[in-house]
Design a protein. Structure first.
Ligand code: ATP
Ligand code: MG
Length: 330
């Protein structure tokens, strides 16, 4: 195989960064989201001001962080990245905001993790570009307004429902939902990643990796890398037969489902008679966090039509039962 050695030793953690699209053209799919963000950015650039604040939400690995990078690059602005978890106290937020270079894109990942107190401090910063700082304590305490350099907040979250209404309403530049990807887009993403990794991947290999990507670019890229590793170890060229062989070893089936997904489905069937079952009860039966079940397992199972959400809980569909039947027979 023709893989350059320096690419082979790429640590998994830097795969996202190495394969991250650097231009709008390389950012595959999500056409409506891209077009609409670019209008906000172009309009702001024409006015010579910073655009209004933007919020991106969607499942893990669908391109939210990548979009934040593209926004900053388009505006030719510095990008400052932080996370809702890292901003615990008022002082943390004040330190970040007062140290921003003018016209920075401030990216707050996992923005749903900000406490209400921090959210409230953020409101004046988002609306009128100042921070209210309280000096002193008790009856002699007074509030001073500290003017901030102009900035655009880009928030990202996998859990938009956990954001308070007042915070959501402050993203004047728009709230954008990133969807899971269709097969053609996934193939384009994996084709590009294969080229960047210096791999000679036939179209059939790309298609079989795309089909197992759980409709998620990050999952596809990671699987491409694992299949590449497998091919190197076995000193075989990439092919769909080799992909099948590798995926069988990894426990990933033709739809990209793993034993954890099958355990979810069989728990819903056997433990809850096919539902409806609440996500907390399912999570407890699986010894998983409800958040993991809801945000990692379920989006793709919902997309496959193997489960449905109802007001009373999750339901295993006919399609889900047929899948389980077929896999347990084999
Ligand atoms: N539209 C896209 N086109 C090409 N590659 C993409 C696209 N979206 C995501 N990717 C690839 O998937 C990887 C993961 O994307 P990214 O880190 O932006 O996801 P995320 O939504 O921020 O995930 P998380 O919720 O876990 O933070 C990127 O490094 C990039 O290589
Ligand atoms: Mg991210």
């Amino acid at each position: 195989m023709s893989t350059p050695p320096e690419k082979s030793s790429l640590p998994a953690a830097s795969l996202d960064a190495a394969l991250r699209p650097a231009s709008w053209d390389e950012y595959v799919g999500q056409a409506q989201v891209k077009a609409s963000i670019r209008i906000s950015l172009d309009a702001a650039k024409k006015r010579g001001s910073m655009p209004e604040h933007l919020l991106f939400y969607g499942p893990p690995g669908v391109g939210k962080t990548t979009l934040a990078h593209l926004v900053a690059a388009t505006l030719e602005s510095p990008l400052k990245t932080t996370s809702g978890v890292a901003i615990e106290r008022a002082g943390d937020l004040a330190a970040i905001l007062t140290n921003l270079d003018p016209n920075t894109v401030l990216f707050i990942d996992e923005i749903h993790r900000l406490s209400r107190k921090i959210e409230e401090l953020l409101y004046p910063a988002l609306e009128s570009g100042h921070l209210d700082i309280i000096l002193g304590k008790g009856p002699s305490a007074r509030t001073v307004e500290l003017a901030l350099p102009p900035f655009t907040l880009v928030g990202a979250t996998t859990r938009v429902a956990e954001l308070s209404g007042p915070l959501r309403s402050r993203f004047g530049g728009g709230t954008y939902q990133l969807d899971l990807y269709g097969d053609e887009d996934l193939r384009a993403i994996i084709r590009r990643s294969a080229a960047l990794l210096g791999l000679d991947a036939p179209e059939e290999t790309i298609a079989s990796i795309a089909a197992r990507s759980r409709a998620t670019p990050r999952v596809g890229n990671a699987l491409l890398k694992r299949v590449r590793d497998y091919a190197e170890v076995h000193e075989k060229p990439l092919s769909s037969a080799l992909t099948d062989e590798a995926c069988e070893l990894f426990g990933i089936d033709a739809l990209g489902l793993t034993k954890d997904d099958r355990r979810y489905l069989s728990t819903l069937l056997e433990g809850f008679r096919g539902g409806p079952a609440g996500v907390r009860a399912i999570a407890a039966a699986l010894h998983e966090e409800p958040e993991t079940v809801e945000h990692v397992y379920e989006p793709y199972l919902l997309r496959l039509g193997f489960i449905e959400r109802s007001p009373r809980g999750r339901i295993l569909t006919m399609k889900g039962r047929e899948y389980l039947d077929a896999t347990t027979k084999n």
